[in-house]
Design a protein around this ligand. Structure first.
Ligand SMILES: NC(=O)c1ccc[n+]([C@@H]2O[C@H](COP(=O)([O-])OP(=O)(O)OC[C@H]3O[C@@H](n4cnc5c(N)ncnc54)[C@H](OP(=O)(O)O)[C@@H]3O)[C@@H](O)[C@H]2O)c1
Length: 226
């Protein structure tokens, strides 16, 4: 797969290296060609680097890790994103005392409105960079969830595969609107990491437990509550 990285900071660099290790072709983009090339040089693995425009043109899948910046400010033309998968790993700025406002529209939905010609997929926002440092092994043994949401089923499956390849367990999270919940999970885990000082290796996994043989508590009874 050809993967372009827009914004080769902590997230872009980490995911780009991990995908290159899996045999994908990766192009690191940055605001200056020099920075993109420097990241590629340090990453090795046959990766390339240059401008964000070049990264957007290169990839069939694009990681958009420039937070809070409208693609029209980052790219000369957003037409280059037409039909491409645009992964949004972004979280909002942490407010004072973690007093987050309820999310009425997710960053991923806003991105989709800004570039309606692209296929936006929410993913990779519920773990810190340090967790990527464990990938793909020993991360795989920890069964860390990546919540993946998109209105496009094929794009969702593609990003779920990209998550699984590098050692995560992909959780199909349905339509893009569900990014509101996923970003809330991202907000909560950052509260746990920073606010509760649990450190950057704290993350969130969905566990599906084996059923008990005998329900000694009486089991789940019929209820009108949803
Ligand atoms: N770091 C984490 O642990 C983590 C985990 C999960 C999610 N996230 C989310 O991922 C996103 C990126 O985080 P990060 O840690 O990778 O941040 P970062 O290391 O600061 O990198 C951000 C990137 O954004 C680019 N950028 C910033 N302003 C820009 C502008 N005006 N125009 C174009 N590019 C611009 C920078 O580009 P240049 O390369 O050109 O300098 C930089 O590479 C954030 O939304 C964050 O919440 C981060």
């Amino acid at each position: 797969m050809k993967i372009g990285i827009i914004g080769s900071g902590n997230m872009g660099r980490s995911l780009g290296i991990l995908w290159a290790e899996q045999g994908h072709q990766v192009f690191f983009g940055a605001r200056t060609a020099e920075k993109g090339k420097a990241v590629a040089e340090s990453a090795g693995q046959g990766t390339q680097g240059g401008t964000n425009d070049e990264a957007a043109a290169f990839g069939d899948v694009i990681l958009y890790s420039a937070r809070g910046v409208d693609p029209v400010e980052v790219l000369s033309s957003t037409a280059v994103l037409t039909g491409k998968i645009l992964i949004d790993p972004n979280n909002s700025t942490i407010p004072a005392e973690f007093a987050y406002e309820p999310i009425e529209k997710s960053l991923a939905e806003i991105l989709a409105e800004q570039v309606p010609n692209a296929i936006v997929v929410k993913a990779f926002n519920t773990m810190a960079q340090e967790v990527f440092e464990l990938a793909p092994e020993p991360l795989r043994g920890h069964r860390v969830s990546v919540f993946v949401a998109s209105d496009n089923e094929t794009a969702r499956q593609t990003v779920m595969q990209l998550a699984e390849e590098i050692g995560f367990v992909a959780i199909d999270s349905g339509r893009l609107r569900n990014a509101r919940m996923i970003e809330t999970i991202g907000d909560f885990i950052r509260f746990v990491i920073i606010g509760q000082q649990q450190g950057s290796y704290a993350t969130i996994s969905v566990d599906v437990l084996p059923a008990v043989e005998t329900q000694r508590l009486g089991g789940r009874q019929a209820s009108d509550l949803k």
